[in-house]
Ligand binder design. Sequence first.
Ligand code: PGA
Length: 273
Amino acid sequence: MRRAIIVGAQKLYLGLKGAVEFAQELKAAAGSKSYPFDVVVCPSFINLAHVAEVLRNSPIKVGAQNVHQEDSGAFTGQVSIKELTDQYVSYVIIGHSELRRQQGETNEMVRKKMITCLKHGVTPIVCVGDTVEDKQAGRSMKAVVEDLNEIFKQPISHAISSIVIAYEPVWAIKAGRDDKNTISATPEDAARMHAMIRSTMAKMYEPSIADAIRVVYGGSVNQNNTDKLMAQQDIDGLLVGTASIDLKSFCNILDCAEKVVKTKSLASVQTVQ
Ligand code: PGA
């Protein structure tokens, strides 16, 4: 059975003090708990080293919000994978719509970044998703399949089964709007998309590889929709943005996910018996 994963992407919200305090309090809150899933916190680049220091020797992992595809070179303003692994980063979010679609990052660049991560033993969290135009034109699935075909085309010689794919409908990403104006995908729609992502990966690779890949949902996740999203069979976790910068709300999401994951594992054990 795939191990679930909850990722908190702090975007550019918390300053140094806020990010360090958040990490200290999350570590204390997680304390003696042993979540039945991976927990990853992704601060902004400048806060990474400080947060990683706080979270060292804790079960909470640190992720970055981006990486450059090349190991080194004349790339002013970029951050390399080696610089990230030096800071104990074990996950990297790649191809987030706020960069990829809004600042011109292509699927080819996303692919290169993913391969760079895999080469260095870092787990890439690869974002794919449909835009509001795709949704209105009824081509959401087609848009996501196009992303998958371009990003994951063969050959990829590294451990592809270790990747995480994040389905993030661009229209559902909160992006600083008011709560009342945001809308997440329904758990059923998200689950359909996740199943389609897995079957596309099974066609491109082997079913056993597709079965091992974790597919998480992101876009207006909060403490109120966590249980219904996590209860879906093909939703292996969540990529939480805005709701991950408030400690109480992130902890509520973790607690809620814990209950659902435990129920899901129990159900799968009973099915096997
Ligand atoms: P949101 O962000 O949870 O604030 O919608 C999700 C994301 O940007 O990945």
